[in-house]
Design a protein around this ligand. Sequence first.
Ligand code: MN
Length: 134
Amino acid sequence: MPKILLVEDNEMNRDMLSRRLMRKGYEVLIAVDGQSGVEMACSEAPDLVLMDMSLPVLDGWEATRRLKASEVTRQIPVIALTAHAMSSDRDRALEAGCDDYDTKPIELPRLLGKIDALLNGALGGAVVAEERLG
Ligand code: MN
């Protein structure tokens, strides 16, 4: 099953979302601030990152910028999670390099749809690349 790195400092949100994702069969890794999120993305190579934007140490925008600036982690899809539905937040998240965006409170079916779309997109791309090589 795909491995999802959840970067979230709020314990209640983190526990609830990770439990729901695990129930759907995903392997879930957890980081509680932006800095450890970047480090875990490098060391654990998750298939996708769910990134809270309001984080201690390093916020989600800066953490995403670092992920997208590194060749090791650039290809990992990042979905930004913020508490605000404002279009400026969405724009800032996409500017930082996030591949998609969702707002809290999380509606699981909607978020799962975005996760699936990015994972299948990424897998599809990998298959195409492999075919080209092979
Ligand atoms: Mn937060």
